[in-house]
Design a protein around this ligand. Structure first.
Ligand SMILES: Nc1ncnc2c1ncn2[C@@H]1O[C@H](COP(=O)(O)OP(=O)(O)OP(=O)(O)O)[C@@H](O)[C@H]1O
Ligand SMILES: [Mg+2]
Length: 258
């Protein structure tokens, strides 16, 4: 049996800079894979190649056994949710979700019905006639997700979707994205540079630096068996420092209460 998605030797050069260096990985249906790595390591470039906004220098992408690496973006069955949501500010919530559906022959007739259904499922039913600027950041994020879900993509790509939100909203949205994933059994590739986010949400994590994969494994395996110094420092040490800070903070709360 082949894998649901199979990426082989994916390579991208901008000018004379190798931005992605022969990246290989596979993804199973229903899996939540996070891509974790420092700024500039090639995370967004990877997503752009997968969805076909940019063309790779070499390498292939297979989905369900079919080589999609030369296909037009609209034929790849992938959806993307950006950090800045990319919503239309002058349209209502409903119009935003309906918009993309109206350009798809198979959904055109039922665009409104599908949009209403998805908006109800993500808890935005009472906001459908509001303009985008009348909604909170978290609600806007949910609309962006609803709009992508409505098109029933085989794979949903997220590019740091929560980085514009405050800490409280970020925690809520983490849970909601996981809930939506379960509900739709979505296959997700989720970019983040937040170690905690990757650890709390993912089935597997791909740790990247400088255009290549340092390690790809389950959170627990990465934590217990970092493959090299980069993974140890960027992931394990970082999480341990956070945990220790938290403990110190709890101790000082304790002491103050006495
Ligand atoms: N269109 C482009 N032309 C030239 N270089 C580019 C282009 N797009 C990206 N790069 C370079 O490729 C490298 C990887 O960029 P990319 O946006 O994929 O990083 P990233 O991991 O998403 O970073 P961040 O966490 O800051 O979003 C960077 O050095 C960037 O400057
Ligand atoms: Mg990026």
């Amino acid at each position: 049996m082949g894998h649901f998605m199979e990426v082989s030797h994916l390579h991208k050069i901008y000018g004379d800079k190798v931005v992605l260096n022969k990246v290989d990985f596979t993804l199973e249906e229903g899996e939540f894979l996070s891509v974790l790595g420092p700024s500039g390591c090639g995370k967004t470039t990877l997503l752009k190649l997968l969805i076909g906004i940019e063309q790779q220098t070499s390498g292939t992408i297979k989905l369900n056994g079919e080589d999609i690496s030369k296909l037009d973006s609209s034929k790849r069955h992938m959806g993307i949710v950006f950090q800045n949501y990319a919503l239309f500010p002058n349209m209502t919530v409903l119009q935003n979700v309906e918009y993309a559906l109206k350009f798809q022959d198979q959904y055109k007739k039922e665009a409104k019905k599908i949009a209403l259904q998805v908006l109800e499922q993500v808890g935005l039913k009472e906001h459908i006639n509001k303009r985008i600027d009348q909604l909170s950041g978290g609600q806007q994020q949910r609309i962006a997700i609803a709009r992508t879900l409505a098109l029933k993509p085989a794979v949903i790509l997220f590019d740091e979707p929560l980085s514009a939100l405050d800490a409280a909203n970020r925690l809520t949205m983490r849970k909601e994205i996981k809930q939506i994933q379960k509900q739709y059994n979505s296959t997700i590739i989720y970019i983040t540079h937040d170690q905690e986010e990757a650890f709390t949400m993912s089935d597997r994590i791909m740790v990247m630096s400088e255009g290549h994969i340092e390690q790809i494994d389950t959170p627990i395996n990465i934590y217990n068996h970092p493959q090299n110094d980069f993974v140890k420092e960027f992931v394990v040490d970082h999480l341990q420092t956070k945990l220790n800070d938290l403990k110190k903070c709890m101790v000082s709360i304790d002491e103050n209460e006495i």
